[in-house]
Design a binder for this molecule. Structure first.
Ligand SMILES: [Ca+2]
Length: 510
C-alpha cells in the first residue's frame, strides 16, 4: 500500500471530540529540541552539579517530566520511536542503520503529520539518527528542505586511530561556533527569524550532537567545573545475581584513541577504568552538557526577542540516558535505569510553569501530547497517550509502567517494565518480538530491581524468596504488557505493510 494513501487513511481515522480552533486562529508553533545522549542530570532532576542556566530556566518556565523513559537506549531506535509515536517492535528499527521507511513504508513521522495538518516543518541537525534517515534526512518530514551545520569534530589537530577515532575528550579555547552545535544554533536562529513572520505555524526541529562522545566543548564550559569535585559512580560492579546479558563491554567508549582496555563490569576495582580517567570523562560530559545548554539558551532568548514564546510549544528531550560508570558501564545500550531514564521538558503557553508531573511517561507519549497541545486530531494507531492530564494535575498517575527494550546478540530481546518502585526485565530468545504470542519457554533470564530499597540496582531480586510476592505481581504485569502489545501489533498490521524483517545489526555506537 502506498504510504500516502495510508496517511490519508490515518487522517480519516482520527479521533472525534477534540476541540478545533477557529479557522482564523493561528495554531501554536512547536520548537522540538533533540539532544544526543543527554541524560537527566540538570538540577530539575536533582543533580546540582550541572551548570545549565538555559535548561534550568526552561524547567522553571515549563513542565519537567520526572519519570520519563525512552523505548530503547540507542539513537536509531529511540528516535524512530518518538518520531513515529510507536514502540520499536512496530517501527521495526532496533539498530543504527535501518531506515523506518524501508521496513515500515506506511509509517508517518511526527513532523510529516504536522506538515499534513498545515504546518511549515523544518529540521536541522540530528533529528532522526543520521545512519538511519533516508535521503534529505527523511525528506517526507519537511516542508522546508532539511539542512545541517558543517564543522570539524575536533578543533585541535589529532591523529586518528585504526578505528578512525580521535580522543574521547577535547578542551580547546575556541568560540561556540567552532563546533557543530554552535554553528547549528546560528542557522536555527536565522530560520526561526524567517519562520516567525509566516502566516503558517511552524514545527521546527533542532538536533544537537553534544553531549554525545567525543566530549568536546569550548574551554569556558570545562572551566565551569572543578574536576576534583566530581565523584565517580558509587557502585561499579555487576548487580548481585544479575545475568551477563544485561551488560555490554562499553565498546563505544573504547573506540576512542586514548581509552585504555578495561573490564566493564568486573568484581575487581582494578579492572575498571582508572579513577582519574573516569573523572576526566565525567568532567567532559558535564562540559559538553553546559555547551549544549548555552545553545538552548540562545534559542530561548531568540523566541523571547521575537515575542513568539507565548505562541510556541517547546519540547526538549535527550534521546536516552547514559551510564557514567555505574555497574562499570559507559555509554547506553542497556535496560538499566541510567540508560532508559530520559530528560523531557515541555513549555506550553498558558499552562502552569515549573511543575513536575510524577506520572510515569514514555517517549511514545510525545506525539499524541503535541497533537492535543496544538489542537490537531491525533492518529488512532499511536502507542502513547496525551500527557495533558499530568500537566494539569502533576500528582496524577497516568501510566502504571513504562516499557523499554534492548536487543542483545541479534537473537535475544530484553523487555523491561518500570513501575514507580520496581523494574522487571525479561530476556527472550529465538527472535521473539511482541508481534508474537508471549512464550515463557523463550525466557533466558529475568531481573527484578527495587528502587525504594536499592536505587543503584545492586542486586537482582528475581530469585530471592522474600520478593516472591512482588516478583509474581511484576510477572503478571509483564505478561499483560506483552499481551497488550501482541494485540496492538495485530491491529497496526492491518494498516501497515511490512516488508521482510531485517536482522538487528550488532554494532553499537550512537
Ligand atoms: Ca543518542
Amino acid at each position: 500500500m502506498n504510504r500516502f494513501l495510508t496517511s490519508v487513511g490515518v487522517l480519516a481515522q482520527v479521533g472525534l471530540g477534540i476541540p478545533q480552533l477557529h479557522a482564523q486562529e493561528k495554531k501554536l508553533n512547536v520548537l522540538f529540541i533533540a539532544v544526543d545522549d543527554l541524560k537527566p542530570l540538570i538540577s530539575a532532576y536533582g543533580d546540582n552539579r550541572a551548570k545549565t542556566p538555559g535548561m534550568d530556566r526552561l524547567a522553571r518556565e515549563g513542565i519537567v517530566f520526572q519519570n520519563t523513559y525512552c523505548q530503547q537506549a540507542i539513537s536509531g531506535a529511540t528516535r524512530a520511536s518518538i518520531l513515529t509515536g510507536m514502540y520499536p517492535d512496530k517501527t521495526r528499527v532496533w539498530d543504527l542503520v535501518t531506515d523506518f521507511r524501508q521496513v515500515n513504508p506506511n509509517a508517518v513521522s511526527l513532523p510529516e503529520y504536522f506538515k499534513s495538518m498545515g504546518y511549515e516543518t523544518a529540521g536541522m541537525g540530528k533529528i532522526f539518527h543520521m545512519g538511519s534517515a533516508g535521503a534529505g534526512h527523511d525528506a517526507p518530514s519537511w516542508s522546508i528542505p532539511y539542512r545541517d551545520a558543517k564543522a570539524k569534530k575536533y578543533a585541535l589537530p589529532f591523529t586518528p586511530n585504526e578505528k578512525n577515532r580521535g580522543k574521547a575528550t577535547e578542551c580547546a579555547d575556541v568560540p561556540d561556533n567552532t563546533y557543530h552545535d554552535g554553528k547549528l544554533t546560528e542557522m536555527a536562529i536565522q530560520l526561526i527569524d524567517s519562520l516567525s513572520g509566516n502566516k503558517k505555524p511552524f514545527f521546527m526541529a533542532v538536533g544537537f550532537l553534544k553531549p554525545h562522545l567525543p566530549f568536546v566543548a569550548p574551554k569556558k564550559y570545562w572551566d565551569k567545573y572543578d574536576r576534583n569535585e566530581f565523584e565517580v559512580a558509587p557502585y561499579q560492579k555487576k548487580a548481585l545475581n544479575s545475568p551477563d546479558i544485561a551488560y555490554h563491554n562499553s565498546g563505544e567508549l573504547k573506540n576512542y584513541s586514548d581509552i585504555p582496555e578495561f573490564d566493564s563490569y568486573s568484581e575487581n576495582d582494578l579492572d575498571h577504568l582508572p579513577i582519574d580517567r573516569q573523572k576526566e570523562l565525567i568532567h567532559g560530559y558535564y562540559a559538553a552538557v553546559s555547551y549544549t545548554d548555552a545553545q538552548i539558551e540562545k534559542l530561548l532568548n531568540e523566541l523571547d526577542r521575537l515575542g513568539i514564546r507565548q505562541n510556541t510549544v517547546i519540547v526538549l528531550w535527550g534521546d536516552h540516558g547514559w551510564h557514567l560508570g555505574d555497574h562499570g558501564l559507559w555509554n547506553k545500550h542497556t535496560n538499566f535505569e541510567q540508560a532508559t531514564h530520559a530528560l523531557m521538558i515541555m513549555s506550553v503557553p498558558g499552562m502552569k510553569q515549573g511543575i513536575k508531573p510524577v506520572s510515569t511517561s514514555e517517549f511514545v507519549d510525545v506525539f499524541p501530547t503535541l497533537c492535543d497541545l496544538v489542537r490537531i486530531p491525533k492518529p488512532k494507531y499511536l502507542d502513547g497517550i496525551s500527557l495533558i492530564p499530568a500537566m494539569e494535575n502533576p500528582a496524577a498517575g497516568l501510566k502504571e509502567y513504562a516499557l523499554s527494550q534492548y536487543p542483545r546478540g541479534g537473537d535475544i530481546m530484553g523487555y523491561s517494565i518500570r513501575t514507580k518502585r520496581f523494574r522487571y526485565t525479561v530476556w527472550l530468545d529465538k527472535g521473539f518480538r511482541t508481534n508474537m504470542a508471549y512464550d515463557p519457554k523463550r525466557v533466558v533470564a529475568t531481573e527484578l530491581y527495587d528502587y525504594e530499597m536499592d536505587p543503584l540496582e545492586k542486586e537482582n531480586l528475581s530469585d530471592r524468596p522474600d520478593y516472591l510476592k512482588e516478583k509474581t505481581a511484576m510477572e503478571q504485569l509483564f505478561k499483560s504488557c506483552m499481551n497488550r502489545e501482541f494485540k496492538s501489533n495485530a491491529a497496526y498490521a492491518k494498516i501497515a505493510d511490512f516488508r521482510t524483517p531485517v536482522p538487528v545489526k550488532t554494532k553499537e555506537d550512537q
